[in-house]
Design a protein around this ligand. Structure first.
Ligand code: AHR
Length: 651
């Protein structure tokens, strides 16, 4: 909710008659280049939070596919049988599929026939989403009691089982585990989110299910792939990097439940998964290789966070010999990412399906280690730093404690190449801090990565459970706070090398989220971007490579300017947080002759407005042509607006 900000503008005519105030002015020094914009300035931050992967980007539709989410109960599975049929189900720890999936689901059908089948059903992530004319791929590991070989009927059906959207059978079960791959097709149907996946027998018998997976069509038809609609949303932001896998997710609540990358590679039916710190179980179907392929698909480079010996329950591993295995794990991880196929872990990557090494320039050591009150980070960081630099001197190593934390808490034993800052602030606080942000940072010290930032417009901080009653994604007012901070970061993008909003994704179903605000919302069928999503896209798609100095006078409009050195196009990014329009005088000193026609992108409206599943495009940018551009002109900034002016040199 916005507070009223009324500033100099057209509405002060009476005051003008008495005493003429200077006009609100935004000046750009286009005569010389103040610095070079980092080429990888805008990127994405991601971790398993708010069902970002399971029930989100990772397209798997079955929840608890390996029966490892709860040792006592087959959560998300239920018995499915109608009249004249009967079945029971139970977890079976004596019949696990393999060393990773040590429990199976035993289904015993005691009464069934072709008209009255019985079996089990999975309710997916808030239902199995159903689309018309769509192909679904099921992969099932199953075995049976001697004497039963099938058939087994797979179906996507409504949650009461009455309506069947797609159906297919398989047979050939034996007393040994066998993998079955079955394709189901839907015909014409209205899209539905509340379906279930059934595994039914039409005769009495006992079968065991070791692993059950169901995928809809994925991005690039990858078998273990991503939702195409979400991928397209991400690609539209033109991200230059992806920070993964956290965030808190890399740390885990305990050392045992950290992101243990070696358990996240290989066949998906041999990954144990692990409890994630956001209160639910991660299948690890989106594991290290999938993160890297995700980067590849977006043409973004990985910013890899390695576990650094601190977990969220305030335990840490002592620097020295105790930490050595974790340092070695990080070295192995880097080798998995970058090593040739002659190396141990490069060969493993090839075996996992990706012989080509991935590019890697940045490695972050831990996450938010200022929470480690033992003060061990300085030594832990140094131990990782020295070992990684010895083998990979070209890598830039990022400390998780930056200028946003007190000097004494930062790393001193060695000089990090870069420091990570996190800002979760109110809109008002971003408006206040942005004019001076990073002005006094040491230009000869470490570079800066703003690895998490977001402004919230509500009274509750993002982690506060009371914010559950607010919409999951922010409104236009929050986007105004975000855009203001982006102009501050861009002004300093010689030093601020990378930045990314967090969190990126939220499943909007009840109970799915742990944090607000989030950039992109979705349910099983639909996806939408928040106003902040559109603001980031406006900025990241219009990024020059030269920073131009700017100054504002007599206005609360904040902004920045960059230029594309090849085309000469200037990008002016301006944010008006006021409720009144501002006739902004724009002075472009030393710009040379400009084409009188330019383009303007505007995100504006009622600051309380937001987007949602129901109204995905309520607040979106509008592109228009403007006329009369010259070295000095008045641009009428709409109230509550984010504006990108694209000005070309006269040809
Ligand atoms: O973005 C949500 C969380 O905020 C991250 O996991 C953590 O790094 C920060 O505290």
């Amino acid at each position: 909710m916005k507070k009223m900000i009324i500033l100099f503008g057209a509405g002060v005519a009476l005051a003008l008659a008495v005493c003429l105030p200077a006009a609100p002015t935004f000046t750009v020094d286009a005569g010389h280049v103040a610095g070079k914009v980092s080429p990888i300035f805008y990127g994405l931050m991601t971790e398993e939070i708010n069902h970002s992967y399971d029930g989100g980007l990772y397209a798997e539709l079955i929840q608890n596919r390996g029966f490892n989410e709860d040792p006592a109960t087959p959560v998300h599975w239920s018995v499915a049988s109608g009249d004249n049929a009967a079945a029971t189900m139970a977890l079976d720890s004596d019949n696990g599929l393999n060393a990773a999936l040590t429990r199976s689901l035993r289904l015993t059908v005691t009464a069934a026939d072709r008209k009255h089948p019985a079996g089990v059903a999975n309710d997916g992530y808030w239902g199995i989403p159903v689309k018309p004319h769509t192909r679904y791929r099921a992969t099932i590991f199953a075995k049976a009691d001697a004497g039963f070989s099938g058939p087994v009927t797979l179906a996507i059906a409504s949650d009461d089982g009455r309506k069947v959207y797609a159906k297919q059978q398989f047979s050939g079960l034996t007393t040994d585990w066998k993998k079955f791959e079955v394709t189901l097709h839907t015909g014409w149907t209205r899209p539905a989110t509340r379906a279930r996946f059934e595994i039914m027998l039409d005769a009495p018998g006992t079968i065991w299910l070791g692993f059950v997976s169901l995928f809809p069509p994925t991005w690039g038809n990858q078998p273990n792939g991503f939702r195409p609609d979400l991928m397209q949303m991400l690609i539209n932001l033109h991200p230059r990097f992806l920070r993964f896998p956290g965030g808190n997710y890399v740390e885990g609540d305990t050392i045992a439940t950290r992101f243990d990358w070696k358990k996240t590679i290989g066949p998906i039916w041999a990954r144990p998964g692990h409890p994630c710190p956001w209160g639910y179980y991660s299948s690890d179907g989106l594991g290290l290789l999938e993160f890297l392929e995700w980067c590849e698909d977006m043409k973004a480079e990985p910013v890899l966070a390695v576990y650094a010996g601190y977990s969220l329950n305030h335990t840490h591993v002592n620097p020295g010999p105790d930490l050595e295995p974790f340092v070695q794990d990080a070295l192995d991880e880097i080798e998995y990412v970058t090593g040739s196929t002659n190396t141990t872990w490069g060969a493993r990557r090839a075996q996992d399906g990706h012989p080509r090494p991935f590019p890697l320039h940045y490695v972050e050591i831990g996450n938010e280690d200022w929470f480690d009150r033992s003060g061990s980070y300085d030594q832990r960081f140094a131990q990782f730093y020295l070992a990684i630099k010895a083998k990979y001197p070209q890598l830039k190593l990022i400390s998780t404690i930056g200028y946003d934390q007190p000097e004494r808490e930062r790393v001193h034993s060695v000089q990090p190449d870069m420091m990570d800052e996190h800002y979760y602030r109110s809109v008002e606080s971003f408006l206040k801090m942005s004019p001076d942000y990073a002005k006094n940072y040491d230009r000869n010290g470490p570079e800066v990565f703003v690895g998490e930032w977001a402004s919230h417009e509500t009274s509750f901080p993002p982690w506060d459970k009371r914010s559950q009653n607010e919409p999951p994604t922010p409104d236009l007012w929050a986007a105004i706070g975000d855009a203001t901070f982006m102009t501050a970061m861009e002004r300093n993008s010689d030093l601020i090398r990378m930045n990314c909003y967090a969190p990126l994704l939220v499943n909007v179903n009840p109970g799915a989220r742990q944090w607000r605000p989030d950039l992109i919302g979705y349910d099983g069928l639909s996806v939408y971007g928040s106003p902040s999503y559109y603001a980031i896209g406006m900025f990241s798609r219009n990024l020059g490579d030269e920073i131009l100095s700017t100054a504002s006078a007599e206005t609360s409009v904040q902004g920045c300017a960059t230029r594309n050195s090849k085309t000469g196009e200037i990008y002016l990014k301006l944010v008006n947080p006021a409720t009144n329009p501002v006739p902004l005088k724009i002075e472009l000193d030393g710009a040379g002759p400009l084409a009188s026609r330019g383009t303007v992108l505007t995100l504006a409206g009622n600051p309380d407005d937001t987007n949602s599943i129901q109204q995905p495009k309520k607040v979106v940018p509008v592109a228009k042509t403007i006329h009369g551009v010259k070295s000095e002109f008045i641009y009428p900034m709409p109230p509550d607006s984010i504006v990108v002016l694209k000005l070309k040199p006269r040809s």
